[in-house]
Design a protein around this ligand. Structure first.
Ligand code: NAP
Length: 499
C-alpha cells in the first residue's frame, strides 16, 4: 500500500535545538528535513554528526534566500557545506532545479544520497508547471518536488489536476507536490492520494514556508497515517476557514466510528465554480458551507431541502450519484439544544427577541416561527430587520430600542458577530437591557463559550445556551447526512472543553 511519509522541517538555530524538536515529535514523523540555512555557523560545522543522532532518514537542505530560504553566503560556500556533509549518512539532499555544481551532484551519487530536485514559487502556481516538472529530472533516481504558493481556488484545482495526471502517467511516488498557504493546505493532508511520497510539516511558530501544519495536528486531527488512495474526502468551504472547529468535530467523529477511510478538510474557497470542479476531481462526498458561501452555493445545487428554501442559505452539500444535494442543518442545529433545555419541546405562546438580521438570524427566525414562537427582531441596520420581519411575520426594530425586549421576555437569541473572540464587557450588543433572571439567553457565537452577553446573563441568574451547542448539534446532523451514521456525542466534548 502506498503511503506518503511525514517529514518535519527543522528550522532551529542549533543542532541541539533541532534534536529537542525531534524528541517532541518523533512519534509522529517518518523523516526530517534539516534546514541548514537556519543554522548558526558552529552548528553548520557539526552537520556531519547529525544523521547518526537522529535514527530516521534526514533530508539535507541549504536553501538560498532567492528560493525562500535563509542562506546568505555565496554559492561556492553553499556547495562546500553540501559536499562536506553528504557522506555522513543523509538519505536525501534537496537541490533546486537550477542548481549548478557537478561536484556536489557527484558527491551525492557516490554517497548514495537521493537528490530531491525542487522547484519553488512563492508568487503562485506557474502556468507551465507541468512542463517544468516533466523536464526537471537530471537522473532517473531523483525525486521531483514542486512547492508553490496557491493564491486561489483555480490554482488549487490546477495543482491537484497536475498531481493526479502525473500519478496516472508515471505511477505513485518519487514526486512531491505541495501547495503553500491556506488555500494549498489540502495538498499537505492528501499527499498519499495525490501521489506525493513526502508531506512536510513544521513545529508551531517555526514555519519554513507558509502553510505547513505541525505533525501532531496532521496525525491526531487529520489522521494522516490512515489516508490512502481510496480516501473518502469531506470538508468545509469558507473564506477564511483554516481555523474552523468543524474539522475537529468531524474527524473525531470518523475516529470514534472507526471510519478509517474518511477525512474532513478545510477548503479556503474564493471561486465556487472552480471549487465544484475540484470537488469532481477529488470525488468529494460532502461539505459544510460557511461564511461567505451559504447563499452563493445555492445556484450550484441539484436539489434543496425545505430549510434551504426557507432560510435562503445552504450549509451542507452531499454528493449523491453525481447530484449536489443541499441542506440547512443550522435550523435543526439551533432548535435541538433549545428544545433540550426546555424539556424536549418549545412551549406554545413563547415570545422571543432575536438580536441581528444576518444570514444566521434568518435560519433562527425561521426555526422559531416554525415552532409558533412570537418574534421581535432588533438589528443595527433596521432595514434588514424590517425585511426579515416581513418574510416571517415578526415585529422589528433597531438596536436602539432594547427596552422592547421586555415584551418578548422568554428567550433572547443573539445572532450578531458582536462578542465573537471577545472577553471585554463592551462587546455586548444589548448593554441597555437588564436581565430579569427568567429569560433563556442563547448566544450562537461559539468562541468564547461565554460571551460578554452570556456572562452578564449568568450573573443575573438566567439559563444560557452557547453557540458551541448549536455548532455541535448541526455538525451532528451533517455527519448523519455525510455518513448515514449517528454522530458520537463524545466527538464534541473534548473540543468544547478548550474554551
Ligand atoms: P452576517 O450575515 O454577516 O450577519 C452579521 C450580523 O451581525 C448582522 O445582523 C449585523 O448587523 C450584525 N453586526 C455585525 N457587526 C455589528 C456591530 N458592530 N454592531 C451591531 N451589529 C453588528 O453573519 P451570520 O452568518 O449571520 O453570522 C453571525 C454570527 O453567527 C457569527 O458570529 C457566526 O460565527 C455565528 N454563527 C454560529 C453558528 C453556530 O453553529 N453556532 C452558525 C452560524 C453562524 P447589520 O445588518 O447592521 O450589519
Amino acid at each position: 500500500m502506498n503511503r506518503s511519509s511525514l517529514c518535519l522541517s527543522l528550522t532551529g538555530a542549533t543542532i541541539t535545538e533541532n534534536l529537542q524538536e525531534i524528541e517532541k515529535y518523533n512519534a509522529y514523523c517518518d523523516l526530517y528535513e534539516l534546514r541548514a540555512d537556519y543554522l548558526e555557523p558552529l552548528s553548520i560545522a557539526a552537520l556531519s554528526s547529525f544523521p547518526e543522532q537522529v535514527k530516521k532518514p534526514v533530508i539535507l537542505t541549504v536553501r538560498r534566500a532567492a528560493d525562500g530560504g535563509h542562506f546568505k553566503g555565496s554559492e561556492t560556500e553553499r556547495c562546500g557545506i553540501l559536499r562536506r556533509s553528504l557522506a555522513s549518512g543523509y538519505r536525501y539532499v534537496d537541490l533546486e532545479e537550477d542548481f549548478q555544481d557537478q561536484k556536489t551532484e557527484q558527491a551525492a551519487e557516490v554517497s548514495g544520497v537521493t537528490v530531491i530536485r525542487s522547484f519553488h514559487d512563492f508568487s503562485g502556481v506557474p502556468a507551465d508547471l507541468g512542463r517544468r516538472l516533466r523536464n526537471i529530472k537530471r537522473n532517473p533516481g531523483e525525486v521531483i518536488k514542486a512547492a508553490v504558493m496557491v493564491q486561489n481556488t483555480q490554482e488549487l484545482l490546477k495543482l491537484v489536476e497536475l498531481a493526479l495526471e502525473l500519478k496516472v502517467r508515471d505511477g505513485w511516488g518519487n514526486r512531491i507536490i505541495l501547495g503553500m498557504g491556506p488555500m494549498g493546505f489540502p495538498t499537505r493532508v492528501l499527499s498519499t492520494f495525490l501521489g506525493s511520497s513526502i508531506t512536510y510539516s513544521s513545529a508551531p511558530g517555526r514555519q519554513a514556508a507558509p502553510g505547513p501544519v505541525d505533525p501532531q495536528t496532521l496525525v491526531d486531527l487529520y489522521r494522516f497515517p490512515l489516508i490512502d488512495e481510496n480516501v473518502r474526502i469531506f470538508g468545509i468551504i469558507g473564506n477564511p476557514v483554516i481555523h474552523s472547529e468543524s474539522p475537529g468535530l468531524h474527524n473525531r467523529g470518523f475516529s470514534l466510528r472507526a471510519m478509517d477511510d474518511a477525512v474532513y478538510l478545510p477548503f479556503q474557497v474564493d471561486n465556487l465554480e472552480a471549487f465544484f470542479r475540484l470537488a469532481e476531481v477529488l470525488d468529494i462526498r460532502g461539505v459544510s458551507v460557511t461564511i461567505p458561501h451559504k447563499q452563493g452555493v445555492i445556484p450550484f445545487l441539484s436539489s434543496r431541502d425545505e430549510g434551504v428554501e426557507a432560510a435562503g442559505a445552504c450549509n451542507t452539500i452531499v454528493w449523491r450519484d453525481g447530484l449536489r444535494c443541499g441542506y440547512n442543518t443550522d435550523i435543526s442545529g439551533f432548535t435541538a439544544p433549545l428544545k433540550e433545555s426546555m424539556g424536549g419541546a418549545i412551549p406554545a405562546g413563547l415570545r422571543a427577541a432575536v438580536i441581528g438580521a444576518g444570514g444566521a438570524a434568518r435560519a433562527v427566525v425561521y426555526a422559531l416561527r416554525r415552532e409558533g414562537v412570537e418574534v421581535l427582531i432588533l438589528n443595527r441596520t433596521v432595514e434588514r430587520a424590517k425585511e426579515l420581519a416581513a418574510v416571517f411575520g415578526c415585529s422589528y426594530g433597531s438596536l436602539g430600542e432594547q427596552e422592547r425586549i421586555a415584551d418578548y421576555p422568554d428567550l433572547i437569541v443573539q445572532t450578531t458577530s458582536v462578542g465573537m473572540n471577545q472577553e471585554d464587557p463592551e462587546y455586548d450588543p444589548i448593554p441597555d437591557y437588564s436581565f430579569k433572571g427568567g429569560e433563556i439567553v442563547y448566544d450562537i457565537i461559539y468562541i468564547p463559550r461565554l460571551t460578554p452577553l452570556l456572562k452578564r446573563a449568568v450573573q443575573s441568574g438566567c439559563r444560557v445556551i452557547n453557540g458551541w451547542e448549536m455548532l455541535a448539534a448541526q455538525a451532528g446532523i451533517q455527519f448523519r447526512l455525510f455518513t448515514g451514521q449517528d454522530f458520537p456525542r463524545e466527538a464534541s466534548s473534548g473540543i468544547a472543553d478548550q474554551y
